[in-house]
Structures are given as structure tokens and as C-alpha cells.
Design a protein around this ligand. Sequence first.
Ligand SMILES: Nc1nc2c(ncn2[C@@H]2O[C@H](COP(=O)(O)OP(=O)(O)OP(=O)(O)O)[C@@H](O)[C@H]2O)c(=O)[nH]1
Ligand SMILES: [Mg+2]
Length: 297
Amino acid sequence: MIDLTFSPTFKAGFVSILGKPNAGKSTLMNAILGEKLAIVSHKVQTTRHRIMGIWNEGDTQIVFSDTPGIIEPEYLMHKRMMTQVAGSVKDADVIIFMFDVKDDLKEATAMLEALHLKVPVIVIANKIDTLKTIHEEEIKTAFAAIKQCKSVLFISALQKDATLPLIKTIQEQMPLHPPYYNTDELSDRPMKFFVSEMIREQLYLLLNDELPYHSAVLVEKYEEKNTLTKIVASIIVTRETQKGIVLGKGGEMIKKIGSLSREQIEKFIDRKVFLELHVKVRADWRTKENFLNEYGY
Ligand SMILES: Nc1nc2c(ncn2[C@@H]2O[C@H](COP(=O)(O)OP(=O)(O)OP(=O)(O)O)[C@@H](O)[C@H]2O)c(=O)[nH]1
Ligand SMILES: [Mg+2]
């Protein structure tokens, strides 16, 4: 139910965060919301879904969408990821275009231009903590040449305070509109989704090379018991050899994945969790409609 007691001066709108993989989009959304909604890793293509994070304060509601990094799709799952990006662009009142300040500037402006955006764009040069000198004027001039570009901000998404000027800039662009979601809601996604993401995050953090890219997580059971929440989930991989790696010697790896995921889930839901993990092999799940549908892509 939407709260209808909002004032006529209420502002609300959708803001999509776009950019290359690993730019820091999920880190930024988490910093803005002060809550870890989106998983983060040092690897590219961590985010696979559009995840809404709802920012409420006073007479403003900003519905952020974290999105998968923009890539040239190589298989069906990638195509579905890019469909999520396109959907978030269609809804947006404002776009945040984020790039790593170490990235090639020409490539970054070319990517933004290729998106042919119709709404105001706020450009964020992220990870300023990683460079000694930043050529701010050169970057500003390059983006000023793009019509929709309203401003360029230089931040480090790792620092929470960094998001304050951004919020102010977005607020100026928000249209008068009643809230889209209840003002106490934080996301559009159900708990099961966050649970599967928190397990997937551990795969990105603990497993090397290709494995995270061949994996999906499916929550099979989510039951609230009296004193704890019981969760049964499956880690899906594409080959038997990968199953062996996920299990590890004597089951060491799956134990580690399980206990680290459980810690994260307990922190998130503020309850004790019993987590049971299984590993399943589904060859080519990333290219098969039925599996992608089943796994939420
Ligand atoms: N040094 C530094 N690292 C950052 C900053 N912002 C993000 N990172 C790191 O960059 C890596 C990628 O961050 P993510 O937030 O997962 O990036 P993303 O754009 O969501 O990536 P995809 O989901 O793959 O598209 C992580 O290791 C972050 O900790 C920053 O301002 N400074
Ligand atoms: Mg991400």
C-alpha cells in the first residue's frame, strides 16, 4: 500500500546507475543507502540483476537502480543482464553514469554517447583515492560536450560522505511526484534474492578464474522457525570438475562458503541462520532459457 498522506511538494523519481563492470556502481548504491543491498567484488560482472534501492528522506524519495556493468553480450545470460540495464534506462528520470577515473577517458565518453540517453545525466568519476593527480578540467570538458550531461562529480564511493553532494544534485533533478514505494521500504527484491546474492558474493570472493562466471545460486527453501531461519540453497555450476572445486578437499571449500555466507545473512536479517548448501551440475545453464528463468535471470 502506498502512503497517500504525502504533501503536494513531494518529489520522487528513478535514478539508474550505469557504467562499465567494476566501476563501483554497487559500492555507490550501498554507500548512498547506508546498507549493503548489492554485492561487491574485485571481479568484473559481479552484478547480474537490476536491484532497486529506495532512498527516503523528508519530502523526497529516490529509487536507485544498481545495474550490471555494460558489456557486449556473449551468451544468453549476458543478453538478459543487458535487458535489465535497458529496462532501468527506460524508467529513469536521471542517469548516473559512473566510470573509474583510471579508465580511458575517450572510451568512457564514447560509452555514454552510445547510450543515446534522453534524460539528465550526472557523471561520476569514481575511485579518486587511487590516483595522485586527477585532470578534472580535462574530464569535465570531455563530458560537457555531451548534451544530456548536467554535471561531473569526483568521488570515492568507499567514503560514505562522498555521496552527499550527489544526493543534493539528484534532488534538484527530481520531479514533483508522490512516492512510488512505501517510504519505509528499502528495496523491491524479496529476502530470498538477497540470500542468493550473499552466497554468490562468496563465490566471487573465494573462487578463482572462471568459476564465479559459471555459477548461479538458487534458494530452495527459506523457512522462519521460532529461534532461527532455515535456508537450503543450491550452487549451480556447469561441470563436474567445478563441483569438485566448490566442494574442496574434504568439503573444506563448501564449508567456508557456507559459514561466511551465513555470517552475512545473519547480519542482514538480524536473526540466527541455519544454512544448508548443495552443489548441482547443470551443463550450459547460462545459455538455456529454462534454467535462466528458474534461477531468476
Ligand atoms: N579504491 C577504490 N575502490 C573502489 C571504489 N569504489 C569501488 N571500489 C572497488 O571496486 C571494486 C568493484 O566495485 P563494485 O561496486 O562491485 O563495482 P560494480 O560497478 O558494481 O561492478 P559490476 O557489478 O561488476 O558491474 C570493488 O573491489 C570495490 O571495493 C573507490 O572509490 N575506490
Ligand atoms: Mg555491481
